[in-house]
Design a protein around this ligand. Structure first.
Ligand SMILES: C[S@@+](CC[C@H](N)C(=O)[O-])C[C@H]1O[C@@H](n2cnc3c(N)ncnc32)[C@H](O)[C@@H]1O
Length: 275
């Protein structure tokens, strides 16, 4: 097996932890791989499936994948120029500049992701990226391998669409990895603070119905979300639920990195043993 491709983006909710400890929960055999909430695509790059359908609602993100797929060299050469010129003034200049074409936009997207504060993606009401500069200076990494990434993406069909359209394309024996924006826990009164702007409770219900229908068609599904009773209640009758733990990575001091509980929810159960 060729060496694992490290995702070229850092993304909120990135799933590399899932690979390290829970990769035995993925199905061993499937037909087409679907990832409707792609983000940095950690699981896609790890599994390296022979056929894939990838999608995300974020247009800039999807333009970046499509541009690397069609001509990674163009994106990389522009990124190298950003690497040489990078400093605070250049960051803000590029952040507000108009891009000439899709390759410029893709290189800028990767540059901003690698140098902005906490690899956050946030836009203002006009859709313009508005995250301030962060503390990381590396625009190019030793592990960058855009050639291999491009080769892998050539095996995928890439869309920029809402999850429902994508999930509804799946058929028997396909596998869908589902990683939507998480619900963000409860406030002091015990009410759920849903991530209203990004993904509200109606979206969670819409997703659930879509997944139940896909399961009925014989699709294998692995879904991740917050360890929260509303999600457990929603899925417990139709799906198998595995509670898992992982180390938080947001706090800067290691003693503050709390253990985080999450849920892995699957349409299949192949004898998982809790360790
Ligand atoms: C938790 S992230 C996925 C992280 C990814 N698994 C990784 O390893 O980086 C959720 C993604 O869902 C996307 N998203 C939000 N609402 C969506 C929708 N209605 N349809 C499709 N994608 C959506 C966001 O743009 C974001 O990239």
């Amino acid at each position: 097996m060729p060496s694992e491709i490290i995702p070229f983006l850092k993304w909120a909710g990135g799933k590399r932890w899932l690979i390290k400890r829970y990769n035995h929960l993925f199905p061993k055999i499937f037909n087409t791989y679907y990832e409707p909430f792609l983000g940095s695509g950690a699981i896609y790059f790890y599994l390296n499936p022979t056929k894939a359908v990838l999608s995300d609602i974020n247009e800039d993100l999807i333009n970046t994948y499509k541009s690397i797929k069609s001509d990674w060299g163009k994106v990389y050469s522009i990124l190298c120029k950003h690497h040489i010129k990078h400093d605070e003034k250049y960051y803000y200049l590029l952040r507000s500049a108009k891009c000439k074409n899709k390759f410029d936009s893709a290189a800028r997207f990767i540059y901003l992701n690698r140098t902005c504060w906490n690899a956050l993606y946030r836009v203002n009401k006009d859709g313009l990226f508005n995250v301030p500069i962060g503390s990381k200076d590396n625009v190019i990494f030793d592990h960058d391998n855009f050639l291999e990434i491009s080769k892998q993406l050539k095996k995928a069909t890439i869309y920029c669409k809402d999850f429902e359209t994508i999930i509804n394309k799946s058929v028997s024996s396909d596998f869908i990895f589902v990683d939507p924006p998480y619900i963000t826990d409860t406030n002091k009164n015990g009410f759920i603070k849903y991530n209203d702007l990004l993904f509200n409770w109606d979206d969670q219900l819409r997703l659930y119905n879509c997944l139940v229908n896909a399961k009925k068609r014989g699709v294998h599904i692995l879904f991740t979300n917050t360890f929260h009773k509303s999600i457990r209640k929603l899925y417990e009758n139709e799906f198998y639920i595995v509670p898992v733990k992982r180390q938080g990575i947001l706090a800067s001091k290691s003693e503050n990195r709390k253990e985080i509980k999450e849920l892995i929810i699957r349409s299949y159960n192949d004898g998982y043993q809790r360790s």
